[in-house]
Design a protein around this ligand. Structure first.
Ligand SMILES: Cc1ncc(COP(=O)(O)O)c(C=O)c1O
Length: 371
């Protein structure tokens, strides 16, 4: 049993992906080749955003989006503590301060109703994370932001490309959407890659310049930037993967729902909650369990791999302790002890999924740890 199987995806798309790679090898424009603009157009039209700017990673997407807003020392960015480290890391790299707002216990996403109390004159952005493939309440977050003079909202959509909120695509729900094409993400490449989405023309120009060392034309630098381009080969691979992306999103949704139908009602296991106004792309299928170490060990003994997303909230991490407000994130603290992700990928067969479900049931029925 694999946690994520990328080989069967490649087998299904082999001729398309191989053909696309070969074309890049033939034309030889490995940096900013024609596939870069082709992918940006395809993804802008997929999401409905005015602009897509591909970048070297999801981390660079967050960094460059914040750089385009001029975020720096003395500024604050409100975000979730229950996320991958890149969310807060990029804020701190710019000299700004992450202000952590605790999450909802069921969706594990930032509690939109708790954001307003943390806004100060220094707040320069709000950065919700669309964790596991489901967005936060983006309407509520955008409304708070506009009540406070139009604070920019940056959706960390690294895990949610393909998800929707009230019929709109993730990445096109706020000032910026930033996604990742890390291989295991819903839309992944075969290395590192990412993209920034915005419908603000001026911010799009700024992001395009910042991604290439802040240059507006060759060797003319209007601002400080980074070397943050996504290479042509990776763009070609994502273009190849788009061929069946709609099917994959549907598969993920169906497999997620199937897991939830069959796992709900098992004592000590809570299945992920999907709000009725959203679709979840299930980048991870993450349940909450009691006695997690024993649960994980029992599944491992059955040959079922699991992963913990995430074992420690960021405000508790040694590198980010300076930004901790004591005991302000009790829900994230509790979730970090309970969450566990089960195998999930679009090509997962029902038979493989049934094996996982049976192992979860046997583990709970056996309650090896209760003795
Ligand atoms: C929530 C979140 N934000 C940001 C990132 C960073 O993306 P990348 O690994 O492409 O830099 C990730 C990737 O794991 C993520 O899950």
């Amino acid at each position: 049993m694999q946690f994520i199987d990328l080989k069967s995806q490649y087998a299904a798309l082999k001729s398309t992906i191989d053909g696309r790679i070969q074309r890049v090898l033939d034309h030889g424009q490995f940096i900013m080749g024609p596939e870069v603009a082709e992918l940006e157009q395809a993804l802008a039209s997929y999401t409905g955003a005015g602009h897509c700017i591909t970048v070297a990673s999801g981390t660079d997407a967050l960094l460059i989006a914040m750089m385009s807003l001029g975020i720096g020392p003395g500024d604050e960015v409100i975000t979730s503590p229950f996320t991958f480290v890149a969310t807060a890391e990029t804020i701190v790299l710019l000299g700004a301060r992450p202000v952590f707002v605790d999450v909802e216990p069921d969706t594990c996403n930032i509690d939109a109703s708790a954001i307003e109390a943390k806004i100060t004159l220094q707040t320069k952005a709000i950065m919700p994370v669309s964790l596991y493939g489901q967005t936060s309440d983006m309407d509520a977050i955008n409304a708070v932001a506009s009540r406070h003079g139009g604070i920019p909202v940056i959706e960390d959509a690294a895990q949610s490309f393909g998800a929707t909120f009230r019929g709109m695509k993730s990445c096109n729900l706020s000032t910026f959407g930033c996604t990742s094409f890390f291989p295991s993400k819903p839309l992944g490449c075969y290395g590192d890659g990412g993209a920034i989405f915005t419908s603000d023309d001026a911010l799009a120009v700024a992001c395009r310049e910042i991604r290439v060392h802040g240059q507006s034309k060759r060797y003319y630098h209007t601002r400080v930037g980074v070397g943050g381009r996504m290479d042509t080969l990776q763009c070609a691979i994502v273009l190849g993967k788009l061929e069946r992306f709609d099917w994959e999103v549907e598969q993920r949704r169906r497999l997620g729902d199937r897991y939830s139908e069959r796992l709900s009602g098992i004592p000590g296991v809570s299945v992920p909650v999907v709000r009725p106004d959203r679709t979840n792309v299930f980048a991870q299928y993450t349940v909450q369990v009691d006695h997690r170490p024993a649960f994980v060990q029992a599944l491992q003994a059955e040959g079922i791999p699991t992963a913990i997303h995430y074992p420690m909230p960021l405000n508790r991490q040694p590198a980010y302790k300076g930004y901790c407000c004591p005991d302000c994130t009790p829900i994230s603290d509790a979730l970090s002890e309970r969450v566990v992700s089960l195998p999930m990928y679009p090509d997962m067969s029902h038979a493989a999924q049934d094996t996982v479900i049976a192992a979860v049931r046997a583990t709970i029925d056996g309650r090896q740890w209760a003795a």
